[in-house]
Structures are given as C-alpha cells and as structure tokens.
Design a protein around this ligand. Structure first.
Ligand code: ATP
Length: 341
C-alpha cells in the first residue's frame, strides 16, 4: 500500500487529511517539540519523531519511509531547511519534480525559467548604483520576506542595508537581489499540473499578509515619516482572492507557458502543484516576481475546496487531496514514476 509522508509544518495537515480521505496511509515526520500538536489529529497514522527535519536524510528515517512505500510531499519547510543538494539526495520518491526545487531557490535560475516561460516580470537591477525607481531588495532562497526592504536610490539602499546588518537581520557578505518594485494588487496564482492527464488545473488565488509592511499602511503618513524602522515583508497569513473572470484566460495561459518552459528546461517538468506570484497593476496587467515549484501555504485557505475546483470537481477537493488522488491513481496504474522523482 502506498503512503503519503510530509514534514510537520507549513501545509502538512491539509496534505495528510487529503491523503487519508483518499484511503492512503499517512506519515508525519514530526519534530519532538510539536508532537503534542500533531497528536491531536486522528488522520495521522504514524509519527516519525525527530530532533530536526534534517534527519529525513538519515538512513533510519528513509528506511521507515521505504518500508511504507511512502511518497514524500515537498513543501516550503523542506526548501527552507535543506539545501538543494540535500533535497536531491533524498532516496524516498518525492512528489512532483525535485530537480526544479533548485530553480526555485536560486534567484538567477529562477529568473531564467521565468523568462523562458515568458512571464512578465519586474526588471532586475544589477547594482545599487543603477537604482532609478523604487526597488525591493531580497535575500537569496525562500526567506519568506524577512529582511527584505525597499529603496529609492543608492544612498537609501546603503543606509537600510547597513541598518539591517547592524541589527543582525542580514549578514555583511550576503548577496542581495534587487528588483524593480511592482505596485498593485498582490495575487498568488495556484495551479496543479497532472502528468497523468497531461492537464493544467487552476486551483485558486490568495493574498499574503506581510508584516510589518501592512502595518505601516495603517498609520498616518506623519507617523510613518518619523519611523526609523526598515519595514519587512514577513508572511503572517493568507486570505482568499477571487479574480475577475475576464482575467482567467491569461491566468491559464501563464500557467501553461510555465509548464511548457519547465518541460524544456528541467525534466520531467512542472508536475504537481505550483504557484505564480505577482501583482496586477492599474490596467490589470500582471507582473510576476516569483514562483514556487511545489504546494504553497496559501492553499491552506481552501481545505474544503476552492471556488475554481468546485467548478472542476463535484466534491470537496483540497490541494492536499488532489495530490493524493494523483498518487493513488498513479499507484493503481503502475505509473508512480510519472508523478515522482
Ligand atoms: P517565498 O519563497 O516565501 O515565496 P521569497 O522569500 O522568495 O518568498 P518573494 O515572494 O519574492 O520572497 O517576496 C516576498 C514579498 O515581497 C512578496 O510576497 C511581495 O509582497 C513582495 N515583493 C516581492 N517582489 C516584489 C516586487 N517586485 N514588487 C512588489 N512587491 C514585491
């Protein structure tokens, strides 16, 4: 019997509930400190207790997963806590394409894939001295917006960078990525590509709430000007977003272009869940600053199914359940190699 395993964080509850609903065994790799929390959920069949998630790389953990014919579902915590080399060395089959996760973590590779997919992007700025308009300065990898800052020119950049270094938020030798700031309505577009059906599904959209940049918008400009703090983009939570129907065609087109580009650039392509993240401007033109090549935490909003999936499925379908459905179908038809790497 196939089982579904994941790390205890990010969207693990949704993933394992979906797997249980599909009749699969569920396994959670759980840090000792969170054992009490996860024991509350009866749909988790087995806990593998670890001191740190890195133990997934150990023989002991991998052999338990192997005995259970487990498929490991990658999410943001796996990316945040392990290097690309470590993820690629995991022996347990990983749902989707583990090779593409490296493209998500490296800013240069990320930009290359997004260009190949023809996604409209805010321009990168190669050096602080070239800052002409408002920019956002980011750290490498999935930092979740922590330590990011905005700058209007080189001087502003240097002041804020120095301040964040002195506060210990970023390090002196860190290479920062500078990108044109795109103003508008944030939209995180969530998709699922089925390698079995060779079909793209649009699952839903969400918005991220980020502190303390959002908090800043709630205070009058007089107080904003007096604040010496560099506001950050630390993700706190997500809320649902439903798009104007006239935008859907372009949404599918972007998703399809991304899937095609991934097939060309990083075999076997963008299988499973992914997310294109960006901003709609005043002309409803989308600019994408980021993608995630795996399930995003924003899908937690739709544990009972999303508005768009209720159009495609006559049942409640979360992203976790959709993943489990693909694994189950693949296992039943001897095609697990098509949905895992
Ligand atoms: P994650 O991996 O968690 O998605 P990340 O660390 O890779 O995050 P981004 O998603 O690139 O970071 O950026 C974090 C936040 O910063 C975004 O959610 C958005 O609010 C803001 N942001 C990023 N790039 C831009 C941009 N070019 N214009 C406007 N806002 C931006």
């Amino acid at each position: 019997m196939t089982s579904i395993a994941t790390l205890g964080s990010h969207c693990s509850l949704q993933v394992l509930k979906g797997a249980k609903d599909e009749g699969l065994k569920t396994i959670l790799v759980c840090e000792k400190k969170r054992e009490k929390l996860y024991k509350r959920f009866p749909f988790i069949d087995e806990l593998i207790i670890v001191d740190s998630f890195k133990e997934v790389l150990d023989q002991k953990c991998q052999s338990i997963l192997e005995q259970n014919n487990a498929v490991l579902i990658p999410h943001g915590t796996l990316i945040a806590q392990m290097s690309s080399e470590e993820i690629e060395s995991i022996k347990t089959p990983i749902f989707g394409n583990k090779w593409i996760l490296r493209w998500e973590s490296d800013r240069g590779m990320k930009e290359k894939l997004m260009r190949e997919a023809n996604l409209p992007m805010p321009e990168p700025v190669s050096s602080p001295k070239d800052i002409k308009n408002l920019v956002i300065v980011k750290r490498q990898g999935a930092a979740g917006g922590k330590g990011y800052f905005m700058a209007a020119n080189e001087k502003d950049y240097n002041t804020k960078r120095d301040q964040l270094i002195s506060e210990g938020i970023i390090s002196k030798d860190e290479t920062l990525y500078i990108q044109e700031y795109a103003a508008g309505v944030l939209a995180y577009l969530q998709f699922f590509y089925s390698p079995l059906k060779e079909e793209l599904e649009f699952f839903g959209a969400d918005q991220r709430h980020e502190s303390d940049i959002e908090g800043l918008a709630r205070i009058p400009s007089e107080q904003q000007l007096k604040s010496a703090k560099v506001p950050s983009f630390n993700v706190i939570g997500n809320s649902p977003l439903v798009l104007r129907e006239s935008l859907l065609e372009q949404v599918y087109e972007m998703g399809e272009n991304f899937v095609e580009a991934a097939k060309r650039m990083v075999s076997p392509g963008m299988n499973g869940p992914f997310c294109i993240e960006g901003v709609y401007d005043e002309n409803a033109k989308f600019k994408s600053f980021e993608f995630s090549a795996r399930i995003v935490a924003g899908s937690n909003i739709y544990m009972d199914g999303s508005p768009y999936y209720s159009l495609l499925y006559n049942e409640q379908m979360s992203m976790g359940k959709r993943i489990a459905r693909e694994v189950k179908t693949a296992a039943e038809t001897n095609q697990l190699d098509k949905v895992t790497t």
